[in-house]
Design a protein around this ligand. Structure first.
Ligand SMILES: [Zn+2]
Length: 104
């Protein structure tokens, strides 16, 4: 799932920012690094995001129970993001998020 974190900048006199992040639909922790995107073609465009391994297997089983599908499609999260970027044809602005400043 896509959710948001607050980038705390007020100690430096700047307004705080709310920034999107990807949460794993298996464990509800932030995905930083490798992950997967899963979907079922006949299920209205819904996608699920997972860590690789146990989270991916758990969510895959839940998708099959929920949708009745006998299989789901999947793609590496990095490839999915690159394809979204390419297909929207927008140039991303420079990212200025310092890792240590982002909090839940
Ligand atoms: Zn996970």
């Amino acid at each position: 799932m896509i959710t948001f974190k607050v980038w705390v900048r007020h100690p430096e006199g700047l307004p705080d920012l709310t920034c999107p992040i990807v949460l794993c639909d298996g464990c509800r922790k932030e995905i930083v690094g490798p992950g997967n995107v899963l979907w079922v073609d006949s299920h209205g465009g819904q996608v699920w995001h997972t860590h690789k391994g146990a989270c991916d297997r758990r969510v895959s089983q839940a998708i099959r129970r929920e949708t009745g599908a006998d299989h789901e499609l999947s793609r590496e999260l990095s490839e999915w993001m690159a394809q979204l970027h390419r297909n929207t044809m927008v140039e991303p602005p420079p990212c200025a998020l310092p890792d240590e400043e982002v909090t839940s």
